[in-house]
Design a protein around this ligand. Structure first.
Ligand SMILES: *Cc1c(COP(=O)(O)O)cnc(C)c1O
Length: 403
């Protein structure tokens, strides 16, 4: 391949840009995972993670992609033939549903149009109709990465409570954790699933489960086979900072630095505000281009990515190829049902105003080069918004943060 000078713009919604400091921490010598230096680090990381999930419950770490943590959530808590209620918000929710079926569970699906989040009223109605409580878990994706739509997890909790249904509540936060406000304890979530390569600003390779007391209790009688994913051995070993098998030591060193940046140096609330602001600027650019954001409900706009509909008859695949070839900028593709219909702008992780403007400039020029009908001025609209003071931005932004 021909050398391209300058930095590659990795603006897919995960994996995201990894800060230099995190890369340097991962670059260190591999240590003895049964030695004192490792023990001290892992205790620090396990404690720090709880703040990111907003929980007092244990958070376990698997050397796996996010898909592994999906599987861990299901196999630790459920038994063969159990019914699980899944909400089809998009590609990732569908993959989780398919996994449940492959594991021998019986998924029941609330269908969706891929432009809205999970509907709390539909979940309530479905659970209320399950009078004998055959459904053992409700699974929702917090931020559907294929569509740029969030689900209101606090509202879904309330709908489960209104139906007086005892099902476990499981939430995938793989592309929202540490980018969009999330509260494992306050929202009464039983298993939260997360991954390292999106808001946590690490390379792929780690995934997480935050585990409530109720989920732990369910794991005692759950009968799906599990070994590698078993919480029991993991939580027991973690008490003293150890792992039941070799952890991804170097990624954990990176995680320690990422947690310090998120929790101590920037602060989670500021991290969320930064993501909200970049998402709003991106949507203003899309509006100025005369294009349409896929998410149909402003209360459900994602702050970690924006999916943009291509005008009828135009290919997002051809458009993204132009942008990559000419500007060394990677954008997210349209997945399954959305193939060749939307492109996705990732604006999560280690990101700032000028990186966003560079990304939007690449898109605006790409639209021109690919012959996609649009109006000029998207980058200008984003600049106008970003250059305004914080107070003016807060006042001008009626958007209710999805909760
Ligand atoms: C990325 C992603 C996944 C898949 O995670 P992998 O690390 O690729 O296994 C699942 N769910 C959501 C919401 C995601 O964004």
């Amino acid at each position: 391949m021909k050398h391209q000078s300058g930095r590659h713009f990795l603006q897919i919604p995960g994996p995201t840009n990894v800060p230099e400091r995190v890369l340097r921490a991962i670059d260190g010598a591999t240590v003895d995972h049964r030695g004192p230096e490792f023990q001290e680090m892992s205790r620090e990381v396990l404690a720090g993670l709880k703040h990111v999930f907003k929980t007092k419950a244990p958070v376990v770490i698997f050397p796996a992609s996010g898909t592994g943590a999906w599987e861990a959530a299901l196999v630790n808590t459920l038994s063969p033939g159990d019914r699980v209620l899944m909400v089809e918000t998009g590609h990732f929710a569908t993959l989780w549903l398919n996994m449940a079926a492959k594991l021998g569970l019986r998924p029941e699906c609330i269908k969706g149009d891929w432009r809205h989040g999970a509907d709390p009223a539909a979940i309530e109605a479905h659970l209320a109709a399950d009078r004998s409580h055959l459904i053992k878990a409700v699974c929702v994706v917090h931020n559907e990465t294929s569509t740029g739509v969030t689900s209101r997890i606090g509202e879904v909790r309330k709908s489960i409570d209104r139906a007086r249904h005892p099902a476990l509540f499981m939430v995938d936060t793989i592309s929202s954790l540490a980018s969009i406000d999330y509260r494992h304890d306050e929202w009464g979530v039983d298993v939260t699933v997360a991954g390292s390569q999106k808001g946590l600003m690490l390379p792929p390779g780690l995934s997480f489960n935050a585990v409530s007391d109720k989920a732990l209790a369910a794991s005692k009688s759950a009968r799906l086979p599990r070994s590698y994913w078993s919480w029991e051995e993991m939580i027991a070993a973690n008490q003293d900072g150890w792992f039941p098998y070799t952890p991804a030591t170097n990624l954990l060193y990176g995680l320690r630095v990422a947690l310090k940046m998120l929790l101590e140096e920037e602060g989670l609330d500021n991290v969320f505000k930064r993501h909200d602001r970049h998402a709003e600027a991106a949507r203003r650019a899309v509006g100025a281009w005369g294009l349409e954001v896929l998410c149909a409900n402003p209360a459900e706009y994602s702050s970690s990515l924006t999916a943009v509909l291509m005008p009828e008859g135009h290919s997002e695949i051809a458009f993204r190829k132009v942008v990559l070839d000419r500007f060394n900028l990677s954008l997210g593709s349209g997945l399954t049902r959305l193939r060749d219909k939307v492109f996705r702008i990732g604006h999560l992780g280690d990101f700032n105003d000028l990186m966003l403007l560079g990304t939007l400039a690449g898109i605006e020029m790409g639209l021109e080069l690919a012959g996609v009908p649009h109006k000029k001025g998207g980058v200008q609209a984003a600049m106008d918004y970003l250059a305004r003071g914080e107070a003016a931005q807060a006042a001008g932004k009626a958007k209710a943060r999805a909760a």
